[in-house]
Ligand binder design. Structure first.
Ligand code: AMP
Length: 545
């Protein structure tokens, strides 16, 4: 074999990003929106604080391979914590929107040793903290109350107590785990996805490609997507790598503060799920903020309505680009940038597609009898592999069926055309995505079927302009029983989160079944689309925003 001569390579670890932050990218800025206004720090300052943070973690007894968790909004401090895997720890981003039982499960499953928590989120965390089995310290970020959390320390005190100077970072193998996010987009317990240093580095390069987000040094980037959701789509690492400024929204995720932030901070790139951009559109229409600095708005995590993209473009001159990915894919997998030279309807036909598969990621479509062709018509389940695609879940054999033959089964059903443009047409996973977060149909069904008047219940997604999808419960009552939608809502209320509660119920004669006796939800969805399902409403539930 004739070997290439690229032998002076080094391990692709986040330490390279940290070195750039303190070196050639030192004047890049991190701005964070807080209760009392914006704070700013340079990447150079951030890198120096990362040194202190790592020293503090070491003093707390944290060792290589230990899991350190965050329960935080997007902020400068969260970025500092994002860099601590350089000391060999694994950073676990706890999703603040999970149910208490799910939080208990994931903190214990990950065996988190220390949890960093924003003071504004203490009231949420303190309810579940007593169920955490391995946590030794809670570190409060901000001056707010520590509530009933035990063994608390203050973030700024910890940093202030450290001697200045570099932390001695270890030489890590690039395949060492760096980050851990759990996805609830599966059946059963949430599943952990471990990102390696290498996968984060290569994914960050991928985010800089002109055909994806095109993040470059001169950008000012607003990750609205939370840092506890697939590493905020990898945006923080991608920005720090190239020296692009970061504009962190903190807890202010509503249309109004976001519009002001974009205007004041001259944001050029931003990323969020459709529900957020819906809200921003409402504010933009009402108040006409100056959004002209925006060059690329990445939207994904759920199907992006064409009407939303058109409204932003026509009324505010802002181009929204649709992207597709999963927690298991780091997430970038596909981005819908149309081929050159197309106009009008031809152009929009590509814009509304789910996206074109990005470089370094490979996809195949699998039907019942093997691979199906990329002809723009045949549908199959999307299977995917590549350097930033998970090959397993973290210590959870119950998810093993998602991985086979070196490929990840995404649970998304799609068509592909010959140019690699993917269109999701259905979902094999029985879940509902509302406001960017998952609702389990199966859990809702089980909870409904526990009602004494309910014989069978099938929950399907109903398209919703604001939340993308909302659960609709199709219920078969026992003979002679006649519960109202409100009765069922009251029954569910103590059993599930408020934003899971179906807003509507359809009382049906029988749940349609497949030949093997499974609920045939395709039929129910078809009936819904045809207006053949009569529904009864309840007081509106409030999904997560
Ligand atoms: P999560 O792991 O929570 O980020 O969810 C990933 C899933 O969200 C994917 O498998 C899809 O089902 C869905 N999803 C993400 N982006 C899109 C999109 N652009 N269009 C339709 N569904 C999407």
């Amino acid at each position: 074999m004739l070997e290439g001569l690229m032998q002076n390579d080094y391990q692709l670890t986040l330490k390279h990003v940290l070195d750039r932050m303190r070196g050639q990218c030192a004047d890049g800025e991190v701005a964070t929106l807080r209760d009392d206004g914006i704070t700013r720090a340079s990447y150079g300052d951030v890198a120096e604080r990362v040194d202190r943070l790592c020293k503090a973690l070491e003093q707390l007894g944290v060792k290589e391979g230990d899991r350190v968790a965050t329960f935080m909004w997007n902020s400068q401090e969260h970025l500092e914590l994002y860099m601590t895997p350089c000391m060999g720890i694994v950073l676990h981003m706890l999703n603040i929107r999970l149910f208490p039982e799910q939080l208990t499960y994931i903190a214990n499953h990950a065996q988190d040793k220390v949890i960093f928590v924003d003071d504004s989120l203490v009231p949420l965390l303190e309810k579940v903290a007593p169920t955490f089995e391995t946590v030794e310290h809670f570190v409060i970020v901000g001056d707010g109350d520590a509530g009933s959390l035990p063994n608390t320390l203050r973030y700024e005190d910890l940093l202030a107590e450290q001697e200045p100077g570099r932390y001695e970072y270890p030489e890590l193998d690039e395949r060492t785990a760096a980050g851990l996010c759990y996805t609830s987009g599966t059946t059963g317990n949430p599943k952990g996805v471990l990102y390696s240093h290498r996968s984060n580095m290569l994914h960050s390069l991928g985010m800089g490609l002109a055909d994806t987000l095109g993040i470059k040094a001169s950008d000012r980037v607003l990750p609205v997507v939370p840092m506890f959701h697939v590493n905020a789509w990898g945006i923080p690492y991608a920005c720090a790598m190239v020296g692009a400024d970061l504009v962190m929204p903190g807890k202010f995720l509503q249309g109004e503060p976001l519009a002001k932030l974009i205007e004041d901070e001259k944001v050029t790139v931003a990323g969020a799920v459709p529900t957020i951009w819906m809200d921003l559109l409402r504010v933009a229409d009402e108040k006409q903020p100056d959004l002209s600095s925006l060059d690329t708005v990445m939207c994904g995590g759920a199907a992006v309505p064409e009407s939303l993209m058109r409204a932003f473009e026509e009324r505010h001159g802002v181009m929204i680009v649709q992207g597709w990915g999963m927690t298991e894919t780091s997430p970038i997998g596909a981005v819908a940038r149309p081929p050159a030279g197309l106009e009008g309807e031809d152009h929009w036909a590509y814009r509304r597609m789910t996206g074109r598969i990005v470089p370094l990621v490979e996809v195949r479509l699998m039907g019942d009898d093997g691979e199906v062709p990329w002809d723009g018509e045949s549908t199959g389940e999307v299977e995917i592999r590549g350097p930033w695609i998970a090959s397993d879940y973290y210590e959870d054999p119950s998810g093993a069926d998602k991985f086979h033959d070196g490929w990840l089964r995404t649970g998304d059903i799609a068509t592909m055309d010959s140019r690699g443009f993917m269109q999701i047409t259905d979902r094999a996973k029985d879940l509902i995505k509302s406001g960017g977060e998952w609702i389990s149909s199966v859990e809702l069904e089980n909870a409904l079927m526990a009602h004494p008047d309910v014989l069978e219940a099938a929950v399907i997604a109903k398209p919703d302009e604001r939340w993308t999808e909302r659960p609709l419960a199709c219920v078969v009552c026992k003979e002679g029983a006649k519960p109202s939608a409100e009765d069922l809502r009251k029954h569910l209320e103590p059993l599930v989160a408020k934003w899971w509660l179906p807003d509507e119920y359809a009382f049906i004669e029988a749940v349609p079944k497949t030949s093997v006796g499974k609920f045939d939800k395709k039929v129910l969805r078809g009936q819904l689309a045809d207006g053949a399902l009569e529904t009864e409403g309840t007081a509106a539930a409030q999904p997560a925003s």
